[in-house]
Design a protein around this ligand. Structure first.
Ligand code: 6GU
Length: 237
């Protein structure tokens, strides 16, 4: 059987992606054939003696840029009809769970990882999509590729043991998840909320919903669903 998802990473540092994605759930998904991960290194597509992949920016400025041609050749070596090419850059659209669900439907994803100060701008039209994982600067796109590949792989049917594990989770319904507890029922004097040990499934579901709504309102009001018309029109006390 072919893998459910093929991923290729165009990167100067394949070990930054291969090592973290060899552990835990994604590592097992690779061993079991759900995910096939390959690498295409721009350095392998250079022709000069020093295998040069970077150069100084035109117009001056600090740092080095990845040159267009080695990146282009490394991409060309893995690109097929039907590939989705994703450029990882802090200038990209913010990656979120909705995008993870979209990408999990694809057969072949290619991630282009910039490093140093970035890549020559002329390669950006080669990408179908530009993604960022948040408003901070990483040394390169590789840790971002790891985050995106992880989030997408766990959505492949069969990768998680419980098929409903991705249904009621954080972000899927626009809310943060309610807190979770496991044994013992009392740990260093701290009790598990009584609703969760009640055995009453309706009570548990209602408790979780209330917790999810207040947690989201407190720490991520940007995620919370817009307040109902009647409530937002009501006078604040
Ligand atoms: Cl995709 N790349 C880099 N270099 N920094 C980032 C990022 C990506 N997303 C957030 N910060």
């Amino acid at each position: 059987m072919p893998p459910a998802l093929k991923v290729d990473a165009v990167t100067l540092f394949p070990g930054m992606i291969d090592a973290p994605l060899s552990e835990s759930i994604v590592g097992r998904a690779r061993q079991e054939g759900f995910l096939e991960l390959g690498f295409s290194n721009p350095r392998d597509f250079t022709e000069d003696r020093h295998r040069t992949v970077d150069d100084r920016p035109y117009g001056g400025g600090t740092g080095m840029l990845m040159m267009a041609e080695p990146v282009y050749r490394a991409l060309k070596a893995v690109r097929k009809k039907g590939s989705t090419v994703i450029l990882l850059t802090p200038k990209g659209r913010r990656f979120d769970q909705r995008t993870a669900l979209e990408l999990a439907k694809k057969k072949h994803l290619i991630f282009i990882c910039g490093h140093y100060e970035g890549i020559d701008e002329r390669v950006t039209p080669l990408a179908d999509l530009e993604l960022s994982i948040g408003d901070y600067v990483l040394t390169g796109g590789e840790p971002a590729a790891v985050a995106v590949i992880d989030a997408v792989t766990r959505l492949i049917p069969g990768v998680l043991k419980r098929s409903d594990a991705t249904v009621n989770e954080t972000f899927t319904d626009g809310l943060l998840e309610a807190p979770h507890y496991t044994r013992p029922a009392v740990w260093r004097g701290k009790k598990v909320p009584p609703e969760l040990v009640s055995g009453n499934h309706k009570l548990i579901a209602e408790w979780r919903r209330r917790q999810a709504e207040s947690l989201t309102g407190d720490t991520r009001p940007d995620l919370a669903p817009a307040p109902k018309k009647a409530r937002s029109a009501a006078k604040k006390k």
